[in-house]
Design a protein around this ligand. Sequence first.
Ligand code: HEC
Length: 124
Amino acid sequence: MRNGGKRLAAAVAGIALLMLAGCGEGDTASAPVTLNEREATLYQHSCKTCHEDAATGAPLTHNTAAWTPRLAKGEDALLESIVNGFNGMPPLGQCIECDGNDFMALTRFMAAPAPENAAGETAE
Ligand code: HEC
């Protein structure tokens, strides 16, 4: 699947959607979040390499204390950090296939507590 320029367009469309949907979502971080198969693959190939390695300085997956101040910025600001990069966080999180919805699903997954049956793993 090679659809070059459409990826960015998809990310931008995702941002617009998230801006519309962003209001009123305050407490999504308290329950474990699971990834679908596509998101799990994206996670394994990109976010995981840093967000499960404390040496990178990234807020670690399922470390809710580390994520609380991030979430407080609001999802729009987080998405902007992802798309444009933020200090050690590379632009697009090195995931060129991810769209805006993927980024926020992955962020919510990382910011949420671990699923009880598979700590740190992407339970179905
Ligand atoms: C090359 C390493 C690396 C990869 C790959 C990576 N991240 Fe990050 N990420 C970081 C680091 C380091 C930070 C902390 C940056 C800081 O606060 O200085 C971070 C921070 C973040 C933040 C918080 C930004 C903020 O404004 O506080 C979000 C959200 C995020 N990453 C999402 C993702 C997602 C989603 C992926 C996968 C698509 C991903 N990251 C992949 C290294 C990475």
